[in-house]
Design a protein around this ligand. Structure first.
Ligand code: HEM
Length: 231
């Protein structure tokens, strides 16, 4: 960010010919806003869905805890002090499938995945005219039994991600050259958070959970409230 601001502020002083264009102040301002919304709302909403699932699926939570415990070894003092690093959380295969399944069932910025058609084309018999804006129907894709079966796509089942799927079947981070730039960062952030949480606590359902869950669309699709207990 500092680097971008420097380019912007000292626009007139830039004499490097390889820089054919500098960012304007408004471009820096609007991109900073996008990063704030895209980076915080999305990850925190995803983690809210994760805790909802953890509370509802104790057997899934147990498997995650087992995987985490494997990393932290035999509970010796030395093992407990182990720092979590990039490689360690990336070795947690069930954790990866768990987060993927949460985002399949609860995609977050669904209205964000849209594209403008540059050349007239037709898809499955539907004509798409040049200039029209097309929004991906992420829910239909994520719940399509042909793409996500044979296990019922309405059920939470992380193991379905062991199987290779159609490259366009999974769209929580969008697709193509304009997909989410924060994808890898977000995955690491969520894995580290969940590991720390589940290393110390068990997420337990509480009476208010379903009543207050109601998914709402603000900038992203997020639950209104997630009421859980931590043991
Ligand atoms: C669970 C977390 C996240 C989800 C589900 C998510 C999802 C998405 C989606 C669906 C898009 C639109 C992609 C498309 O049109 O194909 C997007 C774009 C974007 N995301 Fe994320 N995102 C997440 C985290 C982050 C984080 C942590 C950052 C930044 C640190 C970030 C930065 C961006 C930016 C800058 C764009 C616009 C990219 C462009 O237009 O070229 N996202 N994200």
């Amino acid at each position: 960010m500092l680097c971008i601001l420097y380019i912007c502020k000292d626009e007139k002083d830039v004499d490097d010919e390889s820089l054919s264009r500098v960012l304007t102040y408004n471009e820096v301002k609007s991109n900073t806003f996008v990063f704030m919304v895209a980076g915080y709302e999305t990850t925190s909403s995803a983690l809210a869905y994760c805790t909802y699932i953890l509370a509802n699926y104790p057997e899934v939570q147990k498997k995650l805890k087992q995987e985490i415990d494997q990393y932290f070894g035999d509970h010796s003092e030395q093992d407990q002090k182990k720092d979590l690093d990039y490689d360690a959380v990336n070795r947690m295969g069930y954790m990866e499938m768990f987060i993927k399944e949460v985002l399949r069932m609860y995609p977050i910025p669904v209205t964000g995945v849209s594209r403008q058609c540059m050349n007239e084309t037709s898809v499955c018999g539907y004509k798409i005219t040049k200039g029209s804006v097309v929004q991906a129907d992420v829910f239909s894709v994520h719940y399509d039994p042909d793409l996500w079966g044979p296990h019922d796509p309405n059920e939470f089942y992380p193991e379905r991600h062991e199987e290779k799927r159609h490259p366009l079947a999974y769209l929580p981070f969008g697709v193509g050259p304009r997909n989410c730039v924060g994808l890898r960062f977000a995955m690491i952030e969520m894995k580290i958070f969940l590991t720390r949480l589940l290393k110390q606590y068990t997420v337990v359902k509480c009476d208010k959970l379903e009543k207050h869950f109601n998914i709402r669309e603000k900038i992203v699709l997020a639950p209104a409230e997630v009421w859980i207990k931590l043991h």
